[in-house]
Design a protein around this ligand. Structure first.
Ligand SMILES: *[C@@H]1O[C@H](CO)[C@@H](O)[C@H](O)[C@H]1NC(C)=O
Ligand SMILES: *[C@@H]1O[C@H](CO)[C@@H](O)[C@H](O)[C@H]1NC(C)=O
Length: 389
C-alpha cells in the first residue's frame, strides 16, 4: 500500500528529474498534450502496453521507461531522422554526414550537378518531422546550351521560360529575311552527351552567280567587284551585231540562288532565202536560211547581162549586194525590112543582141535618112533601128 505509492512517487520524481536533466521534459509534455501530429508516426502505437513517441529533439535514440503504475506504458523517445546516401554521379550532395546515413530533423542538404548537367527539382531539401525530406531529391539531366541568337535567325522549339534543353530535344531554324538563306542544318537535336548534333546554322545572303559571258553575248547589270549578285538582282542581255538573242532577255536572282532562267545564247542572224533575180538565178542549191556572212552567187539567163555585183551577202539579217539582169535586144527581119536596112556584117536572121552589144546596119535600098547612126547599141533590151530611103 503506502510504500508502493511512495515508491511510485519516488520513481516518478526520479523520472521527472531525469527528463529535466536530459532536456526532454518540455518535449515530453508537449508530446503528451498535443498528441503528436499525424505523420509523427507512431503515435500512441501500443507496443507491449507502451506508448511510443518520436522526439523532435536533437538527442540520440534513447529509451525511457516510465513506471507510473502497473498499467503505465513504456515510453520511447527517439530522434526523427531522414535517410540519405551519397547519390551516384553526376549528382552531388552537400551536407551529408560522413559517419551515418541518418540525418536529424531540420538537417538541410544542398544539391549540385556536375558540369554539363542541369539540376531538375529542388536544390535544397530539409529533414521534416515526418522523417521525410521536404522534397524528392533532384535529378541531373543532360542539357545542351541554348543556341547563340544571331540576328535574323529564328529558332523554334526552345523550352519556355529559358528552361533546360534536355537531350533528345529538337530545335529548328529558319531565316527571318526572305533575301537570306539558311546555311547549315535546319534542325538540330540535343544529344545524350549534352552536345548539339551539329553547328548552329547562319543566315546568309541569297546570291546568284554570274560571270562576264564570252562574245557575242553582253550582260547589263553585272557587278564589277563580285560574281555574286543578291536576291532580286536583275541582268539584261544583248547580242553583238549579227547575232540575235535566243532565250530570255532578262533574268532575276531567285531565292533558290538560281537565276530565273538560263542565260540566253546569241545565234548569228539569219537572212532566210536569198531573193530571186529577174531573168537570173543562183549558182548553187538554195538553202532555207543563211547565216551572217554567207554569200550566194547570182547569174543571168542566156543573152541577159548581169549588172552590179555577182554576189549577195547575208549581213545582220539583210541580204546586201545589188544586181540585175539586163535584157538582150531582139531585132527581127521584119523590123529591119520595114526600115529598109539589113545587118552589115552578119547574115540576116532573127537574133539576140546582149546588152551593150553594137550592131551595124547597111541599107538594103536607098541611103540612110540620117536620123540615127547606122551603128546602134543595145541598152537593156532596147535597140533603136535606123532607116533608109
Ligand atoms: C541532327 O539531327 C537531326 C535529326 O536527326 C537531323 O535532321 C539533322 O540533319 C542533324 N544535323 C546534323 C548537322 O547532322
Ligand atoms: C550589106 O552587107 C551585106 C553583108 O556584108 C552585104 O552582103 C550586102 O551586099 C550589103 N548591101 C549593100 C546594099 O551594100
Amino acid at each position: 500500500g503506502q510504500s508502493a505509492i511512495i515508491c511510485v512517487t519516488y520513481v516518478f520524481f526520479l523520472e521527472i528529474l531525469f527528463l529535466w536533466w536530459t532536456d526532454c521534459l518540455s518535449m515530453f509534455f508537449w508530446e503528451v498534450n498535443t498528441k503528436p501530429q499525424a505523420g509523427s508516426e507512431p503515435v500512441f502505437k501500443t507496443w507491449k502496453n507502451a506508448m511510443h513517441f518520436q522526439s523532435t529533439s536533437q538527442h540520440d535514440i534513447f529509451t525511457l521507461r516510465r513506471f507510473l503504475s502497473l498499467t503505465t506504458p513504456v515510453v520511447f523517445f527517439s530522434d526523427i531522422t531522414c535517410q540519405a546516401q551519397k547519390p551516384p554521379h553526376p549528382l552531388y550532395v552537400i551536407g551529408l554526414s560522413s559517419t551515418s546515413d541518418k540525418m536529424k530533423y531540420g538537417h538541410k542538404l544542398r544539391f549540385l550537378c556536375d558540369n554539363g548537367y542541369t539540376l531538375l527539382g529542388y536544390t535544397k531539401v530539409e529533414c521534416l518531422e515526418t522523417g521525410q525530406w521536404s522534397a524528392a531529391f533532384p535529378i541531373c539531366a543532360v542539357s545542351c546550351s541554348p543556341p547563340t541568337v544571331q540576328e535574323g535567325l529564328i529558332v523554334s522549339g526552345l523550352p519556355d521560360k529559358d528552361g533546360p534543353i534536355l537531350s533528345d530535344h529538337f530545335i529548328t531554324f529558319s531565316c527571318a529575311d526572305r533575301s537570306k538563306y539558311l546555311s547549315g542544318s535546319s534542325e538540330l537535336i540535343c544529344g545524350q552527351d549534352g552536345e548539339w548534333n551539329g553547328t548552329f546554322p547562319s543566315c546568309e545572303d541569297i546570291t546568284c552567280q554570274a560571270q562576264k559571258p564570252p562574245h557575242p553575248l553582253y550582260v547589263i547589270g553585272l557587278s564589277s567587284t563580285s560574281d555574286k549578285m543578291k536576291y532580286g538582282h536583275k541582268l539584261r542581255f544583248l547580242c553583238d551585231n549579227g547575232y540575235r538573242l535566243l532565250g530570255y532577255t532578262e533574268v532575276e536572282c531567285l531565292e533558290t540562288g538560281q537565276w530565273s532562267a538560263a542565260f540566253p545564247i546569241c545565234v548569228p542572224v539569219g537572212c532566210g532565202m536569198p531573193p530571186p533575180l529577174e531573168f537570173g538565178d543562183i549558182s548553187t542549191v538554195v538553202k532555207n536560211n543563211y547565216d551572217h556572212g554567207e554569200t550566194v552567187e547570182y547569174f543571168c539567163q542566156t543573152y541577159y547581162t548581169l549588172d552590179g555585183q555577182t554576189h549577195k551577202t547575208c549581213s545582220n539579217g539583210q541580204w546586201t549586194g545589188e544586181m540585175r539582169c539586163l535584157r538582150p535586144c531582139t531585132v527581127t527581119l521584119d523590123d529591119m525590112r520595114r526600115n529598109n536596112i539589113g545587118l552589115k556584117y552578119k547574115p540576116d536572121s532573127k537574133m539576140y543582141s546582149p546588152h551593150k552589144d553594137f550592131l551595124e546596119f547597111n541599107c538594103t535600098t536607098g541611103s540612110p535618112d540620117g536620123r540615127l547612126a547606122m551603128r546602134q547599141q543595145c541598152i537593156d533590151g532596147v535597140m533603136l533601128l535606123p532607116s533608109c530611103q
